[in-house]
Design a protein around this ligand. Structure first.
Ligand code: AMP
Length: 144
């Protein structure tokens, strides 16, 4: 998928927004949804997306939608760090397959990090058990 690829309505995150696929939710308002990454690289790895901006990447995202989503990225990052007390938190956002993007609906990763702790590979392996994701999500939600 190149940088100027067209938005496809049937991508995984569009299906999550529509309720056609489940997610372990952290935060939702009229425009924004945050949920646990199903292949977490670390404990607390979650994603933040805009529900109404049909954008593939940061380059084609309307600036008002980008402003809305980044505010919630900060809110979720604050909650994740308050809940999990990591050593750091990585905010990541990939644009184009060449850059590592695998889902073509603009999203931000919030990835708590800990010194010396191994991390799983990006978007690979087996889906994490829902109960485990839910247990971590509950801690983050409580800190929102
Ligand atoms: P990216 O590679 O930056 O496009 O990120 C896509 C992310 O979505 C990866 O970290 C995947 O682990 C994650 N992911 C893929 N499918 C799902 C899903 N059904 N629910 C939650 N996260 C997912």
């Amino acid at each position: 998928m190149s940088l100027d690829t067209k938005y496809e309505d049937n991508n995984i995150f569009a299906k999550i927004i529509n309720g056609d696929l489940p997610c372990v939710k952290i935060y939702e308002d009229e425009n924004i949804l945050s949920f646990m990454d199903i292949f977490p690289q670390t404990e607390g790895h979650c994603l933040v997306i805009h529900k109404k901006a049909a954008s593939v990447n940061i380059l084609d995202m309307p600036t008002d939608a980008l402003a809305e989503v980044i505010l919630i990225v900060q809110k979720v990052a604050r909650a994740a760090t308050a809940a999990l007390s990591p050593d750091g938190v990585r905010i990541v956002q990939f644009n184009g397959a060449s850059a590592g993007q695998t889902v073509f609906h603009t999203h931000f990763h919030v990835i708590p990090t800990n010194d010396g702790m191994p991390e799983s590979n990006h978007a690979s392996g087996s889906p994490h058990p829902t109960e485990e994701l839910e247990a971590v999500a509950a801690k983050i939600r409580a800190a929102l």
